[in-house]
Design a protein around this ligand. Structure first.
Ligand SMILES: [Zn+2]
Length: 108
């Protein structure tokens, strides 16, 4: 099943607008490698239409390996070996459909 990327990007845009308290200048997005930078940017442009984030500069950062531990607490972390820092169990890589996320916002 393909999760609706546009819906997720809209949620990210809404979160960014809330974090910047109406003063959004720049948005940083994390890409986990499943999508090309241009795809993420296109999606952002689409999702930010008619919102205060429309036309705001977006930067796509590429993230390293990311894991999620289903053993202890659903903790998400970045790691080379994928071992959960909480419980020491091997964690799973973040599912493919989680291919981008909000990194941070810059206020104007
Ligand atoms: Zn764990």
């Amino acid at each position: 099943m393909v999760v609706n990327r546009l819906e997720r990007m809209r949620a990210i845009v809404a979160q960014a607008i809330a974090e910047a308290k109406g003063n959004l200048r720049k948005i940083y997005l994390l890409s986990y490698g499943g999508m090309a930078e241009e795809q993420v940017l296109t999606l952002f442009a689409e999702a930010s239409q008619d919102t205060p984030a429309e036309g705001v500069e977006a930067i796509v950062l590429s993230a390293g390996s990311r894991y999620i531990c289903w053993n202890c607490c659903g903790l998400r972390f970045e790691s080379d070996d994928g071992v959960c820092p909480n419980c020491g169990e091997a964690a799973l890589e973040v599912p493919e459909e989680i291919d981008f996320a909000l990194s941070k916002v810059e206020k104007g």
